[in-house]
Design a protein around this ligand. Structure first.
Ligand code: CA
Length: 239
């Protein structure tokens, strides 16, 4: 039995689930089944209660019905995403309607299951969401690369513990780099993500800002971290 099996096992037995469902029989049935997996299940029967619980506590996965009294499952989902809460969300609905599925995914849900479903199908979906490496289980607070740290809440940047003062644009640029370590970022991608612009090849805006950032981030430190790849763009790498 390998380490990966063990870690997957411990992940799936210790999970915390928020279940939002207004149909009491379904709620009890799902809760019981999940508790039999060794999961901790908190429940809400209204969207507003679900939103409050999800905002105040950390869950591995949220399972929510779409049609709920008060705030709907879609609103619940959209409002959590607006708050920067990225907990994976599995939406349930009685309607196997494509429009509902699209609406759910647009609201920021990660997966979708139409009722009636088999319970083991729900378990498999929940486990898959909890394992997904791209979704963070808790809202992100810190981004780190090498000795550079961004505190996303305080919008504070430090390198080796020394605070570095950046303009909002330089900060956005650094955040984009830290979210993509080791990835070659083209000027086009940077212009779109950081400036929300279509890249005009006549401008040296990106070079100028990358240089501002380097001056603040690398002066007085041994290692360079933002590297230019001629004709390709930039890459965050420790060298
Ligand atoms: Ca319902």
């Amino acid at each position: 039995m390998g380490v990966s099996y063990l870690s997957a096992l411990s992940l799936s037995t210790g999970m915390r689930i928020l279940l939002v469902e207004d149909e009491i029989k379904t709620l009890f049935f799902l809760r019981q089944g999940m508790e039999e997996q060794g999961w901790t299940v908190n429940t809400a029967m209204e969207g507003d209660t679900g939103f409050r619980l999800a905002s105040n506590d950390d869950y591995d996965v949220i399972v929510s019905d779409i049609t709920l009294p008060g705030m709907s499952g879609l609103e619940l989902c959209a409002q959590l995403r607006n708050r920067g809460i990225r907990t994976p969300i599995l939406m349930l609905t009685a309607l196997s309607d494509t429009d509902d599925k699209v609406a759910g995914l647009e609201a920021g849900a990660d997966d979708y299951l139409a009722k009636p479903f088999e319970f083991r199908e729900l378990l498999a979906r929940v486990k898959a969401l909890a394992r997904r490496p791209t979704t963070s289980v808790r809202p992100e607070k810190i981004l780190q690369f090498s000795d550079v740290i961004i505190d996303l809440n305080a919008k504070k940047v430090t390198r080796s513990g020394k605070e570095i003062s950046l303009t909002p644009r330089e900060y956005a640029l650094l955040e984009f780099f830290l979210r993509n370590p080791g990835v070659v970022l083209s000027k086009v991608a940077i212009a779109e993500k950081v400036w929300d612009l279509n890249f005009d090849t006549g401008t040296n805006l990106i070079e100028v800002y990358v240089n501002y950032l380097r001056n603040k981030l690398e002066k007085g430190f041994d290692k360079k971290i933002v590297h230019t790849l001629f004709g390709q763009g930039y890459v965050l790498r420790e060298e």
